[in-house]
Design a protein around this ligand. Sequence first.
Ligand SMILES: Nc1ncnc2c1ncn2[C@@H]1O[C@H](COP(=O)(O)OP(=O)(O)OP(=O)(O)O)[C@@H](O)[C@H]1O
Ligand SMILES: [Mg+2]
Length: 243
Amino acid sequence: MTSTLALEGVTKRFPTGTVAVREVSLALEPGDFVTVVGPSGCGKSTLLRLASGLESVTGGSIDVRAAATSYVFQDATLLEWRSALRNVELVGELRRIPKDERRRRAQEALDLVGLTGFETQHPRQLSGGMRMRVSLARALVADPDLALFDEPFGALDEITRLQMQTELQKLFQLKRFAGLFITHSVSEAVYLSTRVLVMSGRPGRIVAEIAVPFPYPRPPELRYEPEFAELTGQVSHALGEHS
Ligand SMILES: Nc1ncnc2c1ncn2[C@@H]1O[C@H](COP(=O)(O)OP(=O)(O)OP(=O)(O)O)[C@@H](O)[C@H]1O
Ligand SMILES: [Mg+2]
C-alpha cells in the first residue's frame, strides 16, 4: 500500500449522535487532485478534518504516508502582526530551518503565487485574494506530500476565484502533491481535479466518482469547452440525484 492518503470504510459519529460521514473509502496517490462536492452539512469538512488528524474516526481506518501535510481553510487564517513574508516564513521557523534558508524559500513561494513586491505588507493591507495567495504560499512552502483544502476560494469574488483556480492548478502541476479539495462549486471541482467525488446528503457517503481526463496546465478557456460542460453536467446530475 503506497497511497499518500487512504481511507477505508471511514465513519464518524459525533458524541451528539450525529453521523457526519458513513463508510467512506478513498485513496490518493501522488499526482492525484481529488475534489469533493456535496450538499451543505453532508460531512465534507468532517472528512477533511479526519484526513488531517484533527478529528478521530469512530469506524474504519485512515492511513497517511506523508512527511508533510498542509491545510488551507476558507479564511486565510494569517497572523495579523506578521508581514506576508513572515507569515510564510513561520512554517520554516516551526521546523527550525536556518533563517537564510527559510527566508529564501518563503520568498520563492510568494513569487510563485504572484506576490513579489508585497513581502512587507501586513494582512490588513492586502485584498482578500492576496491574503488567500499568502495562505497558499504558506501551505506549499514546505513542499507538502499531501495538501488538504476546505473551500479555500469560497469567500472570494467570482473573478478572483477563477484566477485562483488557474494559479492553483499551475502550482499543482509544478509541485505534484496529492490534493484533496472541498468545494461547493461544480465547475471549480472539474477545472481543478483529476477526479471528482460526489457525496450524498448526511450521513455523507460517496455516491459517484467522475474522472477528469484533461492534461495540466489547463487553460482558463477549458471552461467553455463542450467536454468540460459534459463533465460538469455529470457531476450536477449525480448531486441532484443524491441530495
Ligand atoms: N464537533 C462536532 N460535534 C457535533 N456535530 C458536528 C461537529 N462537527 C460537525 N458536526 C455535524 O456534522 C455534520 C457535518 O458537518 P460538516 O461541517 O462536516 O459539513 P459540511 O459538508 O462541511 O458542510 P458545509 O458545506 O456547510 O461546509 C453536521 O450535521 C454538523 O452539525
Ligand atoms: Mg464545510
